[in-house]
Design a protein around this ligand. Structure first.
Ligand code: UGA
Length: 442
């Protein structure tokens, strides 16, 4: 099948490359010339394991190309995917949908014939219907050369597993307008391989599809904040949140996944999506329905403060203390620092007067753009040298596997906070370390 993917950020670039990997002919488009130049030359402008290989293979096979020219998009295919960003609006919780709207404004007047536009971006409920209305107006203004159907096909990929999640999704959701739809059949062709593998395929209305996405992310955020709230109680009464999570996780109605207590969630999705969901619920009149998400957000933010307080407890005062923060990305296997708990903690410690040094295997360049004044180490050993306190803030494998005896030789004082509950506590204690963790009294 021929298709275009509009927006080549995290979502769009991955979708374009993976659709080509499935055998489709794909044209990716973006207004950012530097991004398009990189992708055309086989370079992925962010860190995502496995994606560079998929990109290169499909560029070489001639199934994948990138452009900044919208005219080509209109001619290239009759099926289009929108993967542009919907960031949080400045000064508000709501999502900013202007980039999605701009795609419709630019593209629709150029179209001829029958086209289907699948939105993949995370949008407030009601957006797709509004875009359909606008698309119909634009098509009419352009002389009715085209008929355009808007459908919504939310994306559930996780950073770090984006290729696998796109090629072998755990479910496919397609929201379509009423009955006169061609989108379902087109989606069946796009995702033929996944359907052959009996991947659940849910065809629904536009608003349900939009809500599925934000509900999934809100549920995940709530699960993390639930265990982190319990963590606060554990800290006071001397219980162990990791054993508690194991114990409740054996109940398969609950499940152990996303009960990882620690520094909490960050990234470009969970934080902004729960805020946008709350804002939208208020706008549509369900004022009280999602106010609990405000608490989910607050619990999450309190974990960052807890690490700063714990650091002060361990060091007495933070002023002038040399603190090493291991991790800058919002989670391992990513170079994404958007709303990163690790970086927020580093920033707060620095503001409180500590001398903060950071190391991350992939996210250093992005972190420097956000916090240029912090001290960035050149290696893990370099980061540890002379530290009076080490904080594990992002659970990269090389941090989890750090040898406590080796680390002891580098630091000035053997103190560590396990902000993600991933270190083998006994090994660290027997190597002479004072170790503290969130939700456990050690
Ligand atoms: C999330 C969703 O998991 C995807 O399904 C969704 O497609 C994506 O957002 C999106 O909307 O695009 P992602 O942001 O890549 O994916 O990250 P997650 O793996 O969900 O992790 C989010 C945050 O929660 C990370 O900061 C992670 O450290 C934290 N987390 C996760 C915990 O604190 N505890 C856990 O047990 C699990």
């Amino acid at each position: 099948m021929r298709m275009t993917v509009i927006g080549t950020g995290y979502l769009g670039a991955t979708h374009a490359a993976c659709m080509a990997e499935l055998g489709h002919e794909v044209l990716g488009v973006d207004v950012d010339e530097a991004k398009i130049e990189a992708l055309k030359n086989g370079r992925v402008p962010f860190y995502e394991p496995g994606l560079p290989e998929v990109l290169e293979r499909n560029l070489e096979a001639g199934r994948l190309d990138f452009t900044t020219d919208y005219e080509r998009v209109a001619e290239f295919a009759n099926v289009h995917f929108i993967g542009v960003g919907t960031p949080q609006q400045r000064g508000s919780y709501a999502a900013d949908t202007r980039y999605v709207e701009a795609v419709i404004e630019d593209l629709v007047p150029k179209l001829e014939g029958n086209h289907i536009i699948f939105g993949k971006s995370t949008v407030p409920v009601g957006t797709a219907a509004a875009l359909q209305e606008r698309a119909d107006e634009l098509a009419a203004e352009a002389g009715n050369k085209a008929s355009v159907e808007i459908a919504w096909n939310p994306e559930f990929l996780r950073e770090g597993y984006a290729v696998k999640d796109t090629i072998e999704p755990d479910r496919i959701v397609v929201g379509v307008r009423g009955k006169d739809t061609n989108a379902e059949q087109a989606a069946r062709e796009v995702y033929a391989q996944a359907l052959e593998n009996e991947t659940p395929f849910i065809v629904t209305d536009l608003q349900t599809a939009e809500l599925v996405k934000v509900s999934a992310n809100a549920f995940l955020a709530t699960k993390i904040s639930f265990i982190n709230a319990v963590s606060e109680v554990c800290e006071i009464v001397g219980a162990d949140v990791t054993q508690l999570a194991d114990a409740i996780g054996y109940d398969d109605r609950i499940g152990r996944k996303f009960l990882g207590a620690g520094l909490g969630f960050g990234g470009g999705c969970l934080p902004k999506d729960i805020r946008a969901f709350m804002a939208r619920a208020g706008e549509v009149g369900a004022d009280q329905a999602l106010t609990f998400l405000r608490e989910v957000d607050a619990i999450n933010m309190r974990r960052r403060q807890r690490i700063v307080d714990l650091s002060r407890e361990m060091l007495g005062s933070l002023i002038g203390k040399r603190i090493t923060v291991l991790g800058a990305a919002f989670k391992p296997n990513s170079d994404d620092v958007r709303d990163s708990p690790a970086l927020a903690v580093a920033g707060q410690l620095s503001l409180a007067g500590a001398s903060v040094r950071i190391f991350d295997p992939q996210a250093m360049e992005n972190a420097k753009k956000v916090f240029p004044t912090l001290d960035y180490a050149t290696s893990l050993d370099d980061a540890l040298r002379g530290a009076e306190l080490v904080i594990l803030a992002t659970e990269w494998a090389e941090f989890k596997e750090l040898d406590p005896k080796h680390a002891a030789e580098l630091v000035a004082e053997q103190r560590i906070i396990d902000g993600r509950n991933v270190l083998p506590v006994d090994a660290w204690q027997s190597a002479g370390w004072e170790i503290r963790a969130l939700g456990r009294s050690l």
